[in-house]
Write a protein that binds this ligand. Sequence first.
Ligand code: SF4
Length: 447
Amino acid sequence: MNLLDSELVASKLVQAGYEPCEDEALAGILLFNTCSVRDHAENRVWSKLGALRVRKEQEPELLIGVLGCMAQEHKIYLRTRMPHVDRVCGTMDFGKIDEYIAEIREKREGLVQTGDGASGDLVLRDVKQRPNRAQAYVNIIRGCNMPCTYCIVPATRGVEVSRPIAEILPEVEALVGDGVTEVTLLGQTVNAYGHDLPDKQNLSKLLRELHAIPSLRRIQFITSHPNFLTRELMETMAELPRVSRYFHLPAQSGSNEILQRMKRLYTREKYLARIRDLQELIPDMEFASDWIVGYPGETEEDHELTKSLMEEVRFSQSYVFKYSPRPLTVADDYFEDDVSEEIKARRNQDLLAIQNRISLEKNQALVGKVVEILLEGPSKKGEGRFQGRTAHHRIVHLEGVGPQQVGCYLPVRIEKAMSHSMMGQLVDEERFTMDSRDAGDEGILSA
Ligand code: SF4
């Protein structure tokens, strides 16, 4: 969501005549789009802002702004602690960022704006302003109504507000018209989409509308809450072959005691039942989950239950976080952060070790097979390689391709498997069918 918000802000500023600057030291405006989910992310922003104090003294014309969740959370305190910050702009106000910048330049005084201003989606999106040619994020619902006791998001992002299908559809059509073939629909609780809209709009209906757009080859959506995974949604996903077969469904814990303390509003049994139902309808579906270790009151038994849930589902990916108390949350107000850092670190490693083993086993099963990837760009590992993703969201590194193929769907034979990625070799395109959805399990193509 933050990546998309940054894209929308950049797009708005380009439309207003500003130019992006590659070198931070040469920029006349520095905007930080921030996250409050963990204290680690916040600490990095505080330290970055602190380091800019001297530069601001030397360059009074430099304009520094803080956007997003930290702005929403800290409001005036942010400028009290960092008086050299010119603009504090909350999660619902960045739609007017160009006006705010003009205002500051005129008045030369700091401003804090964290009200119920224009939502980010009121930024008229210029579909040509985006970092990836073939892939795009599209927000469909903002905010969250859930009561998770550890989470600051409802306080910083507000209540759920869905965008009507009539607004989303033309945006996606315009993106596809400009070369996008993969969209990722975004929301904090993306599968709760539509409940606040008239005419029973929901994610199933939206997926059907989007699936009818020719040339749109992959449709993903994140992040889902297990409680809103309805039978209708599961059947829709099964019916629509271009809807992703990689499903991010955060479990957070495998212990009912902890799930109750987290107020996730489901049990381990209910979570597993949803997974099984979806696997029955879509046998090649792969799952990913988020986990919090060291939640207040988490015992070794609770931790063992989380480990066993990981083993049972065999997720293809896990994002593991050590619990840290966040302000404005029930857990911070009422629970003692009573699991030591040492134990949190060990449990974190336990879960990572399990996930790494399972991921490696899943990747090894693909060695020698041909999969279709969407080539995304240069490999993060460098060495002249490029990387792409399979229909199941697995990363494949390969050589022998160039920037001109970025955004193309390519058949690749898997040669080596690691935990987090695979190495592959481009195969003769003409000898293979190119629609992975026709290729069956794991997007395996046949000669
Ligand atoms: S569903 Fe829970 S964890 Fe997710 S954003 Fe809402 S409150 Fe936070």
